[in-house]
Design a protein around this ligand. Sequence first.
Ligand SMILES: [Zn+2]
Length: 340
Amino acid sequence: MLWLERKYLSMVMSNLDMAKWVNDNTLNHRCPYCGDSQKNKYKSRGYHFNKEQSFIYKCHNCGKTTSSVNFLKDHFPMVHKEYLKEWLSEQGKKPVQKMPDSSKFKFTPRTDILNTSTDDLKSVAVKVVDNAKARNYLLDRSIPEFMMKNIWFVENSEVLSKLHVKYKDRVLGTDPRIILPFYNENGKLIGVTGRAINDSPLRYLTMRFQDDVPLIFNLNNVDKTKTIYVTEGPIDSLFLPNSIAVAGSDFKKISEDIKDNAILIYDNEPRNKQIIKKIEEVIGLGYRVCIWNDKRISQFKDINDMVRSGLSENEVKDIIDKCTVQGLSARLQLKEYKRV
Ligand SMILES: [Zn+2]
């Protein structure tokens, strides 16, 4: 199906180096199989061209020849899956598992539940906006007041043990902490993480009330039909629209249904071997990732730092959008990034 193949090739174009449609039936770009010329980065000898009712890929450097559909499968497995689904439905056959209508993913906040769950927090914590010390701490970190509405504060961590029976007899210290709550998709409080605002050696204290549910910050508020920005730290996520945070660097805990819309944003640590390994892994799994190859932010370790240095939230978002890559181009960008 020529038009369908053309559509999916156009979709992945931005992830291919030097890609351009020469005419309606010829797409040209650098060959991701052989990397084309190492010396000349403008050489691009990979061509998709029309043969009967489909596209064929051929590289005039390495000689690789395959169908363009296989090309998609090799370099963009997720896009290839989508292609197959659409191809099947175009054939008049129903795919085995039809994608539910996108409106099904829209989140409607259930205020009734939301209220009951914040009641738990209300009994032990205050909103940061109502506590000068906590509010100033966040203002110092360039977090404006309107972003603080879902952030709480405890003067003494000990009171947190009242949140759940599991922690009834736990020693939680006496540090003052900013509290970031985690809710599940129905708005039930399933855990909290508390950041000490004194110089406690235990910077973060994380509590989970349900063992089988991953803690993902703001999951109860995102629109799953749109791009979802996924950061490590909850505070970093506050600066981005439609965002969540995994509270750590384990991005694989986000669920399959948001995988396609997610952009994974690791902290900017090009020399952290463990993180680089994790990035390599998620690229292999087909995720879109932000690889911080932008000189403007090279000396900042996370989004909060970038904002504190004077960049606006929009500028940070633009940099992220520009640095978001997948598949082969992600691998190439990562190579570049490690070298910094
Ligand atoms: Zn080639």
